[in-house]
Design a protein around this ligand. Sequence first.
Ligand code: SF4
Ligand code: SF4
Length: 444
Amino acid sequence: MTYDPSPFGGKLRTVPYAGAVFGADYPVGLGGLGGSPDGPLNEVHVFWIAGMSCDGCSIAATGATNPSVEDLLLGRVPNLPKVILHHPVLNPGAGTELTRPMKKAVEGNLGAPYVVVLEGSVPDDQAFPTELGYFSAMGAGGFDPDSETDQPNRVTDWLWKLAPGAAAYVAIGTCATWGGIPAAAGNITGSMSLTDFLGKDYRSALGVPVVNVPGCSPVGDNFTETVAAVLLFLQNLAPLPKFDELGRPAWLFEETVHRHCPKAGYYEEGVFAEQEGDNECLVEIGCWGPVVQCNIVERGAINGMGGCMVAGGACIGCTMPGFPDKYSPFYKAPPGSFISGGLTKINGGAIRRLRRMSMKSGNREALWDSVGEVPSGWADDKGKPSAFDKTNAFFYKKLQYRGSVHQGKRNKKQPLPASRDILRQKGIDHNQGTDVLGDRVRTR
Ligand code: SF4
Ligand code: SF4
């Protein structure tokens, strides 16, 4: 099931004076967002808020290449507005300089649209008896311009106050999307996801529910590509991209990681790793890939390279809402794998053996079949077909060439290449190695 944007006709929700949503002094332009009458908006602010986070999502995002964060910041992607990023680590300015535009946005005086990105989960510090208690904060001094407090501003307060005017809210990483590790059993922070915090009825100023790009850490390209897709929508240049029922970009998260895993062939043939470092399928040492929605093996971790199984690591389900508790203990075979893996061992084991026979046949030139020898100096065992192989090949080819030309029979009628024929006429054993032109036989 995918999120249906039809309540908005696949376009922006109609806002009579969309610019007012952001405090922008523009009439509704071609961008539909309150962009200038000459065309879509040129700039959009992105406020990056860090909750209960390890900064891994920031690192992942800065590793993105398609598009890269630099592409977004420099306005290098055609038709996308230039992104003005306010990030607690990457921003050149800190303190008040970082939070001033955020406060303007809260007051409705930013003069431009903004998107909020949350990294890290949302702690339950709103439940503290006073606002002096907090688990994570950004900046200080309260939100009231006349405030004289020097207390840190709670992240939860930022999230509430920025929510009504945000063009879109994007949760990056599993902590922000589903609570993640800070929300695991035993935590004392009451951590939760952004969706849990804002509630299911939350819609951004433009009618978009929370967008979730999970992963611990996520694939950076998944994030930047999703942001780019949402920005194109906000520019009124593209329909709202397809999201699934949990707000994940459907085109990135609808498949299981198992389906595209480089080890899927091992699984299918029932060959499993026994310990880390083995090349085979990792399901018996704790891989949950068959039931986990993730695209890391197709997309790569950074710049198209790496990714869990590509690097030999088992999937621990880090993109999933049930992570980590429903996938622990890590590196222990999932219970279901005893059935699926056991059946695959029987079925795949038989299939694998049949394939080896076909492979053995395919590893021989048709000429070698005709003369009954393989002129390779690389091994003593030239893989001569046994009587069983020959019988099997006979019936296999019957099926293979049914209704078509039997290439095997044509090969048999083919004359030997001249050099081999000369040797045969001279009674020379071809396998001893021969300089045909010089008509000299090398003895070994
Ligand atoms: S390693 Fe995991 S994802 Fe890959 S084939 Fe095996 S079970 Fe599937
Ligand atoms: S393969 Fe599994 S552990 Fe690796 S990123 Fe995807 S969901 Fe996370």
